[in-house]
Design a protein around this ligand. Sequence first.
Ligand code: ATP
Ligand code: MG
Length: 557
Amino acid sequence: METPNTEAVNFIEAIINKDNEEGTYGKRVHTRFPPEPNGYLHIGHAKSICLNFGLGESYQGLTNLRFDDTNPVKEDVEYVNSIEADVKWLGFDWADREYFASDYFDQMYEYAKELIKKGRAYVDDQTPEEIKNSRGDFSTPGTNSPYRDRSVEENLRLFEEMKEGKYKDGEKVLRAKIDMASPNIVMRDPVLYRILHADHHRTGSKWCIYPMYDYAHPVEDAIERITHSVCTLEFEVHRPLYNWVLEEWPDTEKPKQIEFARLNVTNMVMSKRKLRQLVEKNLVSGWDDPRMPTISGLRRRGYTPEAIRDFCQRIGVAKADSVVDIALLEFCIREDLKMKAPRQMAVIKPVKVVITNYPEGQTEMVTIENNPENEAMGTREVPFGREIYIEQDDFMEVPVKKFFRMTPGKEVRLKGAYIVMCHEVIKNEDGSIKEIHCTYDPESRSGSGCQRKVKGTLHWVEATTAVDMEIRLYDYLLKADDEETADKDFLEQLNPDSLTICQGKGEPAFKTTQVGDHFQFLRQGYFVTDTDSTADHIVMNRIVGLRDSWAKAQKKG
Ligand code: ATP
Ligand code: MG
């Protein structure tokens, strides 16, 4: 990692550098990534992970993984496990600093009693409805609760009774005593604790009162002695409350909340609540569906940790909201796989080609580079024979202008093998193409010194040794973003054609592929072996296409 002091620094690094100069935290830098275990992490969280762990690394500081598990109703260990796996997979290490907010419930409770004793918190008997209605709005101040001036003794007793389960959900709350006329509505006596008779996935039935986020989060940060508490922009108006909560905290080194803009990406929905809807309504196969923007979905889709970290680096950290083009994410995975992934031949939508002047029953091996951009990856032998498959789209009986692939009467090269020319098209009864008949030029073998130039080179797969592969082609889960639809149900934006399954053919090298192997299918794009794949049934996911100059040229017309 580069030292932020010598590189251009982002605004968060500038704050940290200033703190270090002024000795605010004795040069300590201690950040945390604080997910709520109520869903799987998405690419937005990856930004926060890279940022927080990145700061820890570049300042030789520390970063905690902390589960913000203060709402027992929505949280589950399944999510805890997936979050741990995702953070590790991204390449970050919290060492032994894995914490749970629920581990601090006792401390939070004790500190709340301190606030009561200082006259800074009170038990309110108003209903949630009444509390809401007395809060006022932007133009009207709120009104004080009739219970606001209870004595410390009474407040302590009632709060303890709340904890002991004497009251039903919603019957009482603990509120901060700040200012019902504050111009910042967040500061109008916010609720600190509510009653919730629900079992927690870690503390079981020990508690029936649970702290609110705005109270819990600063206390968690303070207990862990976090220095810079980085969060997303929507918490900016909560910052005065964050600081208020910690006013009575005994440590002089109080954490500092810093807000940055959350990541939005075109064609992606970025909220756990919405992602959960997709899963629960079976609109996707699960949290790790390769179309999902979850980290587990991206992983299954074939994204690498390197590509995601590179993406997070490139988008940077800013204070203004923006939407990042998904094309940047795709660029990052192409960049990462360009030199690493072997380039092999697979035909996604096959059509049979018979080379009529090639001896029946004969095959020969041709040599093909594994990655022309990375010689170190060497070469492999690929069988060639009389019957091969090519891509349906690589043939046009009546070619359009600038079509340099296979067409009757025109020569085209088969990658690593021979120049062939189509002389006949055999049709099925319905008029579709059954077979394409070609002849080959035995003198034109690649590497034989044949100088003849042909315009197109096609990938192909020899028929008798071809490996069957199920190939899953993905398109965006959401149709292009449209400001107008922002308020509409996002489900209306779902792309009905986000998955196309093809029965393809691969060269023999695919036979031994393992889950998670990356490839470039020559001329097609980057692919990964899916978790559904077995030795008998190979399944490939398209991660991203290559930029297709043909499609572009066609669009330009
Ligand atoms: P969601 O709205 O998707 O449910 P969340 O903010 O509720 O997300 P948390 O588990 O509370 O999810 O988030 C953990 C951390 O990740 C927080 O610090 C949060 O600010 C950050 N985070 C969440 N979404 C994004 C995003 N899109 N971009 C950057 N950081 C994010
Ligand atoms: Mg949240």
